[in-house]
Design a protein around this ligand. Sequence first.
Ligand code: F6R
Length: 611
Amino acid sequence: MCGIVGYIGPKRALPIVIDGLKRLEYRGYDSIGVLAYDQEKKEIYLEKQPGRVQEFIKTAQLDKKGGLAIGHTRWATHGLVTRENSHPHGDCQKKIFVVHNGIIENFQELKDALLKKGHVFVSQTDTEVVPHLIEERQKQGLPYREAIMQTLKDVRGSFALLIFNKEEPDLLVGTRFSSPLILGTNDQEFIFASDPTPIGLVTKNVLYLNDGDVAFVSEKGYELKSFLSEKVEAKRGVIDFTAGEADKGNFPDFMLKEIFEEPLALENTLRGRLLINEGKAKLGGLEPLEPRLREVNRVILVACGTASYAALAAEYFFEEYAEIPTEVDLGSEFRYRKPIIDNQTLFVAISQSGETADTLAAIKEAKTKGALTLGIVNVVGSTIARQVGAGIYSHAGPELAVASTKAFTTQIADLVLLMLFLARERKMSLVAGQEIMNELRKLPEKMRSVLLQADKIKALAEKYSVYKNFFYLGRKYGFPMALEGSLKLKECAYIHSEAYPSGEMKHGPIAIVDEDFPSIVLAPQDSVYEKVVSNIQEIKARKGKVIAVTTAGNQDLEKLVDDVIYIPQTLELLTPLLAIVPLHLFAYYLAKKLGRDVDRPRNLAKSVTVE
Ligand code: F6R
């Protein structure tokens, strides 16, 4: 949450930073702010305001000269959305400025102490203590760099910070602890950013800073130190996409583009991983772990939000095919339970961003207890990808809409691959493995055929946009898809919806059903189809409207329900990959009909780096 970007180099820095902020805006979009320094005139240009980048650039003076700039796009944690609370924040003398992503947990006690020493604060943010602490340490006689190091020891919490000092205008300092920060460099130019998307504006070569690293960067080069002032090295990497990929192309919104990319993302995640002859998945990162994976007798899948629904679908097929007891937990709950873990437990963290604080905290807990930890992660080089011992990259490509869509379908596919990897080492036959793989290969085309119905789904979404409440219902593999469809509708359209296993309706929720409370029911022709049809009957008997998602060729529901969406026939365990596509489209079109900002829904941010 919150995006930060900073540039130092021979080019004009401000336009690069603004471009970078456009790419980071999905991380927070309450307010935006920039600082640029004109080395010739020795002048600071500081501009910040509530609102989006697009509005900001109408008033900002983008022609400002200077090869150094920092910028911030905010998701408010401390203090209202006001100009004063927008970043960058400065010290009393307005010489030292910072942009920050994360939370300084002990800010109040630090602020109280600074207030007693006469510091004047202008915002309600936690961040503002940082420039004042550095200023205070300098007042006490510490040189600038040491003042920063001391400040980093004083603060507690999570942070990625960029620090600028007018007295040291050739230096940009970046540091991180439990919040992401990457440094890109082509040796002449340096760019810091919260994720790789802005880095691609300058270079593909990156340094993944570790927790506790402090990077002192000037046009001449960089120096990396730990908080203890020891020299450290960072892992080098090459980012795998260009800045151009972050464009909407011909689509009006990233969300729609990303839904339409679901088949391609699926192809990319399957590429090179299907060993059809052996009925096995080729997962290079897991091969060294094969002996240990053979010993695994329990699987725990941990994730948040949409990613946790991919995990719920996997719980069914891990138990059904790999025959390993499997449970799913939310990152935010996992470490507050007393999870029973030993070294035969396989812990799999699933995350698009690879930065979700709750999931990260769960990984730390699982590691402490001796579990074998793996990750299913989309963003290459992200913190989770580096924290887990090994894993599977999703290859969904950059996902910029706040609501996760194509990452979700790749997560399910990766979990199927992981299941095959484990199951073939156990009881699954070659034929059974091959059957699943052969069908997996056909799925991208089948998904494309669902997308061909986009106009029909749009018309349905518009027809149902008058309703204020929805149920999403499904059994077995349909249930996690109901949860996912419901979440998408809530977050994108701000419409109240609830998801239930359809069999649970009669235990209470059905009391709310009437003609104004439609249900979207996942009813593919699978092993629980008839039970789901009975649940549809129960809703219809109470005058509830029903949209059913069922298998192509099944005409039976036409007579029973109000509207039907058809998806191609596939193996039961792979149905979620097809059934979710119309629900993603439905939420998108309904949100558009209501005039919502689908890519940036209110109150949200994409990368949830606070607990
Ligand atoms: C919903 C959505 C969120 C994320 C959740 C986890 O559309 O995107 O629920 O799935 O915040 O994020 P990651 O996968 O980045 O860990």
